[in-house]
Design a protein around this ligand. Sequence first.
Ligand SMILES: [Zn+2]
Length: 252
Amino acid sequence: MNNGKEVLIHQQFEELVQTFPGLALSQDAPGRWVIRGTLSFSATFQTMTIADAFSILIILPDDYPDSPPAVQETGGRIPSNFHQYGDRTLCLGAPVEVIRRFKVDSRLVTFVKTLVVEYLYGFAHFETHGILPFGELSHGCQGIRDYYQDAFSTDNVHITLALLKVLADGTYRGHHLCPCGSGNILRKCHGPILLCLLKHQPKERFLRDATNVLYSLEKFELADFDWGLLPKQLKLEFDEMARKRASQEKCD
Ligand SMILES: [Zn+2]
Protein backbone atom coordinates (compact mmCIF):
# COMPACT_ATOMS: atom_id res chain seq x y z
CA MET A 1 0.00 0.00 0.00
CA ASN A 2 1.37 3.37 -0.99
CA ASN A 3 0.80 5.76 1.90
CA GLY A 4 2.02 8.87 0.11
CA LYS A 5 -0.55 8.30 -2.58
CA GLU A 6 -3.34 7.75 -0.03
CA VAL A 7 -2.48 10.97 1.77
CA LEU A 8 -2.52 12.83 -1.54
CA ILE A 9 -5.91 11.35 -2.50
CA HIS A 10 -7.42 12.36 0.85
CA GLN A 11 -6.02 15.89 0.56
CA GLN A 12 -7.32 16.22 -2.97
CA PHE A 13 -10.72 14.90 -1.93
CA GLU A 14 -10.99 17.30 1.06
CA GLU A 15 -10.39 20.17 -1.34
CA LEU A 16 -12.95 18.76 -3.79
CA VAL A 17 -15.82 18.47 -1.26
CA GLN A 18 -15.42 22.11 -0.24
CA THR A 19 -16.87 22.94 -3.67
CA PHE A 20 -18.88 19.75 -4.32
CA PRO A 21 -20.23 18.54 -0.96
CA GLY A 22 -22.41 15.79 -2.47
CA LEU A 23 -19.42 13.57 -3.25
CA ALA A 24 -17.92 10.79 -1.09
CA LEU A 25 -14.58 8.99 -1.25
CA SER A 26 -14.27 5.22 -0.85
CA GLN A 27 -12.34 2.16 -2.01
CA ASP A 28 -14.16 -0.24 -4.35
CA ALA A 29 -11.39 -2.77 -3.83
CA PRO A 30 -8.10 -2.46 -1.92
CA GLY A 31 -6.19 0.38 -3.58
CA ARG A 32 -8.96 1.20 -6.06
CA TRP A 33 -10.15 4.66 -5.04
CA VAL A 34 -13.45 6.00 -6.30
CA ILE A 35 -15.54 9.09 -5.64
CA ARG A 36 -19.28 8.85 -6.05
CA GLY A 37 -22.33 10.93 -5.32
CA THR A 38 -24.21 13.92 -6.63
CA LEU A 39 -22.34 16.60 -8.48
CA SER A 40 -24.30 19.87 -8.27
CA PHE A 41 -23.02 22.80 -10.26
CA SER A 42 -23.95 26.13 -11.70
CA ALA A 43 -21.90 27.18 -14.70
CA THR A 44 -22.04 30.00 -17.21
CA PHE A 45 -20.71 29.91 -20.76
CA GLN A 46 -21.43 32.60 -23.29
CA THR A 47 -23.89 34.34 -20.91
CA MET A 48 -26.06 31.24 -20.39
CA THR A 49 -26.15 29.87 -16.87
CA ILE A 50 -27.13 26.27 -16.25
CA ALA A 51 -27.59 24.87 -12.75
CA ASP A 52 -27.99 21.10 -12.61
CA ALA A 53 -27.01 17.94 -10.73
CA PHE A 54 -25.80 14.54 -11.95
CA SER A 55 -25.00 11.25 -10.22
CA ILE A 56 -21.41 10.46 -11.03
CA LEU A 57 -18.63 8.00 -10.35
CA ILE A 58 -15.02 9.18 -10.55
CA ILE A 59 -12.44 6.38 -10.80
CA LEU A 60 -8.87 7.26 -9.88
CA PRO A 61 -6.45 5.31 -12.08
CA ASP A 62 -3.63 3.20 -10.61
CA ASP A 63 -1.09 5.79 -11.71
CA TYR A 64 -3.06 8.78 -10.37
CA PRO A 65 -2.08 11.64 -10.44
CA ASP A 66 0.06 10.86 -13.51
CA SER A 67 -3.09 10.07 -15.50
CA PRO A 68 -6.46 11.81 -15.22
CA PRO A 69 -9.42 10.07 -13.54
CA ALA A 70 -12.17 8.33 -15.51
CA VAL A 71 -15.76 9.52 -14.98
CA GLN A 72 -19.12 7.79 -15.42
CA GLU A 73 -22.64 9.18 -15.12
CA THR A 74 -24.55 6.72 -12.92
CA GLY A 75 -28.07 8.18 -12.94
CA GLY A 76 -28.97 6.75 -16.35
CA ARG A 77 -29.60 10.22 -17.75
CA ILE A 78 -26.86 10.44 -20.40
CA PRO A 79 -27.50 7.99 -23.28
CA SER A 80 -24.64 5.71 -24.30
CA ASN A 81 -24.34 7.32 -27.74
CA PHE A 82 -23.53 10.72 -26.24
CA HIS A 83 -19.73 11.15 -26.14
CA GLN A 84 -18.77 8.06 -24.17
CA TYR A 85 -16.25 5.29 -24.55
CA GLY A 86 -17.22 1.61 -24.80
CA ASP A 87 -16.89 1.18 -21.01
CA ARG A 88 -19.38 4.06 -20.46
CA THR A 89 -16.73 6.45 -19.18
CA LEU A 90 -17.38 9.97 -20.38
CA CYS A 91 -15.33 11.24 -23.30
CA LEU A 92 -14.36 14.57 -21.77
CA GLY A 93 -12.48 15.70 -24.86
CA ALA A 94 -9.78 14.57 -27.25
CA PRO A 95 -7.60 12.36 -24.99
CA VAL A 96 -4.41 14.34 -25.57
CA GLU A 97 -6.21 17.58 -24.69
CA VAL A 98 -7.65 16.08 -21.49
CA ILE A 99 -4.16 14.89 -20.49
CA ARG A 100 -2.61 18.25 -21.35
CA ARG A 101 -5.15 20.18 -19.29
CA PHE A 102 -4.84 17.72 -16.41
CA LYS A 103 -1.05 18.12 -16.38
CA VAL A 104 -1.34 21.90 -16.24
CA ASP A 105 -3.33 21.55 -12.99
CA SER A 106 -3.90 18.02 -11.69
CA ARG A 107 -5.94 18.90 -8.59
CA LEU A 108 -9.19 16.94 -8.40
CA VAL A 109 -11.22 20.08 -7.76
CA THR A 110 -9.87 21.68 -10.95
CA PHE A 111 -10.45 18.50 -12.96
CA VAL A 112 -14.11 18.37 -11.84
CA LYS A 113 -14.72 22.14 -12.07
CA THR A 114 -13.39 22.35 -15.61
CA LEU A 115 -13.43 19.11 -17.63
CA VAL A 116 -16.31 17.33 -15.86
CA VAL A 117 -18.57 20.36 -15.34
CA GLU A 118 -17.97 21.52 -18.95
CA TYR A 119 -19.04 18.11 -20.19
CA LEU A 120 -22.16 17.98 -17.98
CA TYR A 121 -23.02 21.57 -18.88
CA GLY A 122 -22.69 20.56 -22.53
CA PHE A 123 -25.02 17.61 -22.06
CA ALA A 124 -27.59 19.64 -20.07
CA HIS A 125 -27.52 22.25 -22.84
CA PHE A 126 -27.93 19.53 -25.45
CA GLU A 127 -30.86 18.01 -23.54
CA THR A 128 -32.70 21.35 -23.47
CA HIS A 129 -31.72 22.89 -26.81
CA GLY A 130 -30.77 19.92 -28.98
CA ILE A 131 -27.30 21.30 -29.70
CA LEU A 132 -23.98 21.47 -27.91
CA PRO A 133 -23.05 24.93 -26.64
CA PHE A 134 -19.46 25.15 -27.78
CA GLY A 135 -17.16 23.62 -30.33
CA GLU A 136 -14.79 21.92 -27.92
CA LEU A 137 -17.24 19.09 -27.39
CA SER A 138 -16.89 17.56 -30.83
CA HIS A 139 -15.42 14.20 -29.90
CA GLY A 140 -14.48 10.83 -31.23
CA CYS A 141 -12.27 10.36 -34.28
CA GLN A 142 -13.41 13.64 -35.78
CA GLY A 143 -12.73 15.40 -32.48
CA ILE A 144 -9.19 14.05 -32.34
CA ARG A 145 -8.62 15.09 -35.96
CA ASP A 146 -10.01 18.58 -35.25
CA TYR A 147 -7.82 18.85 -32.19
CA TYR A 148 -4.61 18.10 -34.11
CA GLN A 149 -5.60 20.21 -37.09
CA ASP A 150 -6.13 23.13 -34.68
CA ALA A 151 -2.85 22.45 -32.91
CA PHE A 152 -0.97 22.26 -36.23
CA SER A 153 -2.89 25.24 -37.72
CA THR A 154 -3.84 23.29 -40.83
CA ASP A 155 -7.01 21.96 -42.40
CA ASN A 156 -5.04 19.42 -44.41
CA VAL A 157 -5.38 15.92 -42.99
CA HIS A 158 -2.30 14.69 -44.88
CA ILE A 159 -0.11 17.30 -43.18
CA THR A 160 -1.77 16.41 -39.87
CA LEU A 161 -0.87 12.73 -40.31
CA ALA A 162 2.66 13.52 -41.49
CA LEU A 163 3.27 15.55 -38.31
CA LEU A 164 1.63 12.87 -36.14
CA LYS A 165 3.97 10.33 -37.76
CA VAL A 166 6.97 12.27 -36.41
CA LEU A 167 5.43 12.09 -32.91
CA ALA A 168 4.41 8.42 -33.13
CA ASP A 169 7.70 7.25 -34.65
CA GLY A 170 9.77 9.34 -32.24
CA THR A 171 11.85 10.74 -35.10
CA TYR A 172 11.82 14.43 -34.17
CA ARG A 173 15.06 16.22 -35.15
CA GLY A 174 15.08 20.00 -35.18
CA HIS A 175 17.20 20.18 -38.33
CA HIS A 176 14.96 17.88 -40.41
CA LEU A 177 12.73 19.40 -43.04
CA CYS A 178 9.22 20.03 -41.67
CA PRO A 179 6.79 17.53 -43.25
CA CYS A 180 4.17 20.28 -43.67
CA GLY A 181 5.84 21.26 -46.95
CA SER A 182 6.80 24.81 -45.92
CA GLY A 183 10.42 24.20 -46.93
CA ASN A 184 11.58 25.21 -43.43
CA ILE A 185 13.37 23.00 -40.96
CA LEU A 186 11.23 21.66 -38.10
CA ARG A 187 12.78 23.93 -35.49
CA LYS A 188 11.64 26.97 -37.45
CA CYS A 189 8.24 25.57 -38.36
CA HIS A 190 6.06 23.00 -36.55
CA GLY A 191 8.92 22.02 -34.18
CA PRO A 192 7.75 23.98 -31.10
CA ILE A 193 4.21 22.56 -31.14
CA LEU A 194 5.54 19.01 -31.71
CA LEU A 195 7.91 19.35 -28.75
CA CYS A 196 5.07 20.67 -26.60
CA LEU A 197 2.82 17.72 -27.52
CA LEU A 198 5.67 15.24 -26.95
CA LYS A 199 5.84 16.34 -23.30
CA HIS A 200 2.25 15.33 -22.65
CA GLN A 201 1.95 11.72 -23.69
CA PRO A 202 4.02 8.70 -24.75
CA LYS A 203 4.63 7.71 -28.39
CA GLU A 204 2.05 4.91 -28.23
CA ARG A 205 -0.74 7.42 -27.62
CA PHE A 206 0.22 9.36 -30.75
CA LEU A 207 0.01 6.09 -32.62
CA ARG A 208 -3.51 5.60 -31.29
CA ASP A 209 -4.42 9.21 -32.16
CA ALA A 210 -3.02 8.73 -35.69
CA THR A 211 -5.22 5.63 -35.98
CA ASN A 212 -8.24 7.71 -34.97
CA VAL A 213 -7.36 10.39 -37.51
CA LEU A 214 -7.03 7.67 -40.15
CA TYR A 215 -10.49 6.34 -39.22
CA SER A 216 -11.92 9.85 -39.51
CA LEU A 217 -11.06 9.93 -43.23
CA GLU A 218 -13.97 10.03 -45.64
CA LYS A 219 -14.04 7.61 -48.56
CA PHE A 220 -13.00 10.29 -51.06
CA GLU A 221 -10.01 11.20 -48.89
CA LEU A 222 -8.84 7.58 -48.88
CA ALA A 223 -8.91 7.38 -52.68
CA ASP A 224 -5.52 9.09 -53.16
CA PHE A 225 -4.18 8.40 -49.70
CA ASP A 226 -0.42 8.07 -49.31
CA TRP A 227 0.09 5.14 -46.91
CA GLY A 228 3.65 6.29 -46.37
CA LEU A 229 2.19 9.03 -44.16
CA LEU A 230 1.24 6.50 -41.49
CA PRO A 231 3.41 5.85 -38.46
CA LYS A 232 5.65 2.82 -39.02
CA GLN A 233 3.75 0.55 -36.62
CA LEU A 234 0.38 1.42 -38.10
CA LYS A 235 1.64 0.89 -41.65
CA LEU A 236 2.99 -2.54 -40.65
CA GLU A 237 -0.43 -3.51 -39.30
CA PHE A 238 -2.15 -2.43 -42.50
CA ASP A 239 0.45 -4.19 -44.67
CA GLU A 240 -0.11 -7.35 -42.62
CA MET A 241 -3.87 -7.06 -43.09
CA ALA A 242 -3.44 -6.55 -46.83
CA ARG A 243 -1.09 -9.56 -47.07
CA LYS A 244 -3.57 -11.76 -45.22
CA ARG A 245 -6.41 -10.66 -47.44
CA ALA A 246 -4.31 -11.25 -50.58
CA SER A 247 -3.34 -14.77 -49.48
CA GLN A 248 -6.97 -15.60 -48.61
CA GLU A 249 -8.09 -14.40 -52.01
CA LYS A 250 -5.50 -16.67 -53.62
CA CYS A 251 -6.81 -19.74 -51.77
CA ASP A 252 -10.42 -19.12 -52.77
ZN1 LIG B 1 5.77 22.93 -40.68
